[in-house]
Design a binder for this molecule. Structure first.
Ligand SMILES: Nc1ncnc2c1ncn2[C@@H]1O[C@H](COP(=O)(O)OP(=O)(O)OP(=O)(O)O)[C@@H](O)[C@H]1O
Ligand SMILES: O=C(O)[C@H](O)COP(=O)(O)O
Length: 401
């Protein structure tokens, strides 16, 4: 490993730490998850070593319901590290600079959602990002920059790639361990069948991974919103925004051609759900075979039980299984059958397995499984699948300069 770590940093300095606290948000409430737990190691170490700590992190994407302030994240982080955490509703404005200046040894201050700054997005060259007002303003306030956000390191955003070019930069503990684990996995060779379960809400990520891993993976088992878009490409009337859900149509516009090409070129490697679940008029889970769906009428929130029965033997026969994205909206127990069923099938076999994704990895403890029943549980989603392809992550590359 070629980047500097916390072992190379003298105690008691003022540091700017990039975490990935991107979390599910339900009805405006940020949900606690594995990311807080993992980052606790880094932040607690910094507190114990007397650093003055300011935290940068993002939440959601502009225009989506999960694009909210980090004030709740500060409270959740405080619970995890069992130590007070302050919050300021600016990222680099005058109040933020004032609060940073007031930091004392062992203090932790969370700055506002980086994606609320114009300079953070879009993805641009690290050199460009390093010259933004955001980076140029904050760089002078700190002795060093620490990136612990491995799971966001595939994004060329200012808070991830700008600072290492203009500051002394280090990897945090999560960055170190995730980098080591995911790089080692990418180098592994498997003799038997390799299966990848892909779902979740990010169709572009799913297509990326399928494009890059089509030679490494024998079988892709699909579910989630991404899986519904594949079903739509296969001619089933699912994967449409019903009312103002805003989950499908935009992603369809952006990805439909790629999905259609993927289905044409790799049909024998792709397994689609045979049934789907939805909420019926009584609020109960109901299932329907995809062949019986005649018109777009409801939002489908999970794959059906028959699909789990079809996916489980494929998993049993695999030497390695990778998971990226959930097969349904598992946070609601009624729609957890697909995700929990597939994870249980993986936990029951002795195959090598990796479960990735900030949200998806939550399902393990929610449904009574243990992390040690899997080969590796990564809090990274997009970054982990890119690492599997052997691709470099821009946020890691700039740390290694
Ligand atoms: N049919 C569906 N309708 C609504 N939400 C769904 C559906 N299927 C899956 N999901 C959601 O997908 C989410 C998990 O997948 P997603 O790809 O969004 O994130 P992830 O696992 O956290 O990966 P990353 O770390 O890249 O964000 C879950 O929160 C789950 O509720
Ligand atoms: O949740 C993630 O995968 C990371 O935080 C990156 O988020 P993004 O996909 O919205 O860039």
């Amino acid at each position: 490993m070629t980047f500097q770590t916390l072992d190379d940093l003298d105690d008691g300095q003022r540091v700017l730490v990039r975490l990935d606290l991107n979390s599910p948000v339900e009805d405006g409430t940020v949900q606690d998850n594995r990311r807080f737990d993992r980052h606790t190691e880094t932040i607690s170490e910094l507190v114990d070593r007397g650093f003055e700590v300011a935290v940068l992190a993002h939440q959601g994407r502009p225009g989506r319901d999960d694009f909210v302030s980090l004030d709740q994240h500060a409270d959740i982080l405080a619970e995890h590290i069992d130590h007070p955490v302050e919050f300021v509703d600016e990222t680099y404005g005058p109040q933020a600079i004032h609060d940073i200046a007031a930091l004392d040894s062992g203090d932790v201050l969370v700055l506002e959602n980086t994606r609320m700054c114009d300079d953070e997005l879009p993805e641009e060259d690290p050199e460009v990002k390093s010259q933004t007002e955001f980076v140029q303003t904050l760089k002078d306030e700190f002795d060093a920059y620490i990136n612990d956000a491995y799971s966001a390191a595939h994004r060329s955003h200012a808070s991830l790639v700008g600072f290492p070019l203009v500051m002394d930069a280090y990897a945090g503990r999560v960055m170190e361990t995730e980098y080591e684990a995911n790089t080692a996995i990418a180098e592994k060779e498997f003799d038997g069948q390799v299966t990848m379960v892909v779902g979740g809400t990010k169709a572009t990520d799913v297509i990326d991974v399928m494009t890059h891993l089509d030679e490494k993976v024998d079988d892709f088992l699909l579910g989630g919103i991404a899986g519904e878009l594949f079903l739509r490409a296969a001619g089933y009337p699912v994967g449409y925004d019903i009312d103002d859900a805003n989950l499908y149509d935009e992603q369809w516009e952006q990805n439909s051609e790629k999905i259609e090409t993927m289905l044409e070129d790799h049909r024998d490697q792709i397994t689609l759900a045979v049934d789907l679940a939805y909420e019926d008029e009584n609020g109960d889970r109901a299932e329907q075979a995809v062949d019986d769906i005649e018109e777009k009428r409801v939002s489908y929130l999970d794959v059906g039980s028959e699909t789990v029965m079809e996916y489980s033997p494929v998993i049993r026969d695999s030497e390695a299984v990778f998971v990226k994205g959930a097969l349904g909206m598992f946070e609601d127990e009624r729609f957890s059958v697909g995700t929990a069923g597939v994870l249980e099938a993986i936990a029951d076999t002795d195959c090598f397995s990796v479960v990735g994704g900030g949200d998806t990895s939550r399902a393990i403890e929610m449904y009574g499984m243990e992390e040690n029943e899997f080969g590796h549980v990564s809090i990274a989603g997009g970054a982990y699948i890119r690492a599997l392809t052997g691709a470099e992550l821009v946020g890691v590359e700039v740390l290694q300069r």
